[in-house]
Each structure stands twice: as C-alpha cells, then as structure tokens.
Write a protein that binds this ligand. Structure first.
Ligand code: PBG
Length: 336
C-alpha cells in the first residue's frame, strides 16, 4: 500500500506564521503598551537632590522638585501612573508611626506638588507603616506582636491624609486583616468617593524585597520578619482568598506581589475574578536583571522586555516596574 500524497505532507507547519516580522506581528496575541506601566519612585528630602541606591543600579531617590519632573517625564512617555515611596529620616520613625498621617509628610508634599504641576498623571501611594515605624514593621508593634486593629486605625488615618493630598490610587501594602473595608468606609464618610484602592491583595513574605528596604531606609529598622502578616510563599489558595476578601471589602484593583515568581497567582486571579489585576515586579527582581546585565551575562534590555511581556501573558492588566521609563522608551521606539 502506498501512502496517499496528501498524508505524506505534514498537516501543520506552525513556522509558517513565524517566518516574517509582518506575519509575526499579525498573529501576536498580546501587546505591551506604556499604558500598562506604573512607575514606582523613591522620594527624599531637599531640593535638587538625587541619591543612588547601590542595590538597585539605575534607580535613584529624588527630592520633591525632581519627582515632579519625573512625573512629567512619565506623562511624556505615555506612562499613566507613578507610585510614591518616601525615604523617611530615622529621626521621624516612632513606635506610634505618627508621621504616617502627617498632612505635610514627604509623601503628601510630593502628592500635592505632582497634582498641581502634572495633573494628568495618576498618583499612587503606599499605605503601610514601615517607613515611619521605629520597628520597621507595616503595623504597630505591642509587646513584640504586630497588633491588627490598632494598625488598621493608623492605616485609615494615613489613607485619609493621602486622599486629602490628592492621591488617585491608594495602595495598601500592609496585609493587616480588614484594612480595605475600614479604609473604604472612611473614604466614603470623608467624601472621597472617587479615590481608588489597588490592594496589595496577594502579597507574599518574600526575600525579593531586600533592595527596596534599603531604598526606603527600612532595612536597619526591621526587627524580625513579616511572616505573621505577609503570605507564606507556599500558599496559592490563601492568596486567592485574600483577593476575594479585598474585593468584597471594596478594592477596585488587586495586585500580586512579587511578580515573576508568582505568575501562577496572576493568572488564577484574573481567571477567577476578572477584575483589574496588577503585578509588582519588585526590587529584587529588578536587581537580579540589572546585576546579570551589568556583568554581561544577559542582554538586559531584551530580558527587561521579556519579563514585562510575561505579566501581560499571565493575564495582568498592568505592572509596577522600576523599568517603566526604560521600557516605555523601548516600546515607543517600536520594539519587536
Ligand atoms: C512596604 C512595601 C514593601 C514593598 C512595597 N511596599 C516592602 C515590604 O513589604 O517589606 C516592596 C517593593 C519592592 O521590593 O520593590 N510595605
């Protein structure tokens, strides 16, 4: 028996669609746009001041005047949002974390300055006590315990001060129980009905945050670890329960953090809840790519773009990344 001429040809040649840039562009399933990026930036005191962060090569702290310039740069690049992290002087850190809701603290001054000079950008904040806490924790510490409800009361004051200053997106990153509901109720009561909340919903107790803690000056202060409130890296179902809880309490958007090591969560969150889902490509992820690139072991620019592509493929609507301006430049220049 001779084989039929048709059967002797392969039925499928997927490489047909990979042959030319035009065909590849035509069938590309997803696109990364500058609109998908949120740029986390570090704010410090002074004027005209920049400070390097050794564990995050290429990232600097900027004084408020230069943060305003960075916000304008973001808008010019098509980046819709900037996220502020203050470097707080050790002298302002207390056990009660009072500086967190000072209307004139560094973060609130930066929000006002940006909103008055660059009104088009969305300003996101971090709602957690660690920059202001003498103990370095995201909640208030009493007798060695991170006390939940007292911390939530403090976080609500902090959130209100940020909303008063004009923040568009509040980012509670503290992982205390019931904080989203408490903040949402307080915002409604205060008339801040349009202030959005992007909760750090599935936030894991991760070693990838190391360089960030240097950047905000919290590494020296932290006593112990954050495992009694941040999630166990082994627990995906618990992460999903936290997302469900934050949505029920009034979060508008949710975040998975860290990003690349937790892409499974990104996909499951998007598939299960269908809500605006973000990932945070955290400081350690950034530092690893930069370190390998600096050593010439990888092509930093290509790995940067591929790493950001992964978040889109996993189902994220956007990503917080220290690469935001570099990536936006690359995208705007026509990246293939
Ligand atoms: C503070 C906060 C952290 C990060 C964002 N907000 C550190 C932490 O939880 O210890 C980490 C961001 C990064 O590593 O880039 N609650």
């Amino acid at each position: 028996m001779t084989a039929s001429p048709i059967a002797s040809f392969p039925s499928s040649r997927p490489r047909r669609l990979r042959r030319t840039p035009a065909l590849r562009n035509l069938v590309r399933e997803d696109q990364l746009s500058a609109n998908d990026l949120i740029w986390p930036v570090f704010v410090c005191d002074g004027e005209g001041v920049t400070q390097e962060i050794p564990s995050m090569p290429g990232v600097i702290r900027r004084s408020v005047d230069l943060i305003v310039e960075a916000a304008q740069e973001a808008v010019d690049l098509g980046i819709p949002a900037i996220c502020l992290f203050p470097y707080t002087d050790a002298a302002l850190k207390t056990d009660g974390c009072e500086e967190a809701w000072n209307p004139d603290n560094l973060s609130n001054r930066a929000i006002r300055a940006i909103k008055s000079a660059v009104p088009d950008i969305a300003v996101m904040t971090d709602v957690a006590l660690d920059p202001y806490n003498a103990q370095g924790h995201d909640g208030i510490v009493r007798n060695g315990e991170i006390v939940n409800d007292e911390s939530v009361a403090a976080l609500v004051k902090m959130a209100l001060a940020q909303a008063d200053a004009g923040a568009d997106i509040l980012g509670p990153s503290d992982m205390m129980d019931n904080r989203i509901g408490a903040m949402r109720a307080a915002l409604e009561d205060a008339g801040h009905i349009h202030t959005t909340i992007m909760s750090y919903a599935a936030k894991y107790a991760s070693a990838y945050y190391g360089p960030f803690r240097d950047a905000v000056g919290a590494s020296g202060a932290l006593k112990g670890d954050k495992k009694t409130y941040q999630l166990d890296p082994m627990n995906a179902e618990e992460g999903l329960r936290c997302v469900a809880r934050d949505l029920a309490e009034g979060a508008d958007m949710v975040m998975v953090k860290p990003g690349m090591p937790y892409l499974d969560l990104c996909t499951r969150v998007k598939e299960r809840f269908g809500v605006p889902t973000f990932a945070y490509q955290v400081s350690g992820e950034y530092a690893m790519i930069q370190a390998a690139a600096t050593n010439g072991w990888i092509d930093g620019e290509k790995v940067m773009m591929e790493s950001l592509t992964a978040f889109r493929r996993a189902g994220c609507d956007g990503v917080l990344t220290y690469f935001a301006p570099e990536a936006a430049k690359r995208i705007n220049a026509g990246w293939e």
